[in-house]
Design a protein around this ligand. Structure first.
Ligand code: FE2
Length: 143
């Protein structure tokens, strides 16, 4: 950081805010899915939930790499697991997070100039569309 930045305070560009928000969101998705999977008896559904978790790990990895590539610092934090909520409510919250993840990846696509990164965010957005379908499917099975 240059002396001028130190004096006036370096403001992070919009893309960094979006990427760090995305990273924290993916982390919340990652930490909740294994615990949710352990509560599900149907083997196929459980496998899907674990897949959502491992995909989110890959997504966090892509997003953290993008932050570093663009010269930023990845921020590591996540929402704690909701206490006392029933499983349907938790999956409904996960569904909202998947939808938000889709929005954020699309936002990043619009903000980033690097073609390769834009392509990667396009792939992440596509995966989120699939995740949204899976969580909706799980919710209909639970309901
Ligand atoms: Fe996802």
């Amino acid at each position: 950081m240059g002396i001028k930045d130190k004096i006036i305070g370096k403001k992070s560009p919009p893309i960094m805010d979006v990427l760090n928000k995305t990273l924290q969101l993916e982390y919340s998705l990652i930490i909740h899915y294994p615990r949710l999977a352990s509560t599900i008896e149907d083997e196929k559904t459980r496998e899907l939930v674990l897949r959502l978790g491992s995909d989110s790990i890959k997504h966090a990895d892509v997003v953290a790499s993008a932050i570093l590539k663009l010269g930023g610092d990845p921020v590591w934090s996540f929402d704690p697991f909701p206490a006392g909520s029933d499983i349907v409510k938790i999956f409904q919250a996960q569904l909202e997070k998947e939808k938000l993840a889709l929005q954020l990846h699309q936002q990043s696509m619009g903000l980033v100039r690097d073609n390769l990164l834009r392509e990667k965010f396009g792939e992440l957005a596509k995966t989120e569309e699939w995740h949204i379908q899976i969580v909706e499917d799980i919710l209909s099975r639970l309901g």
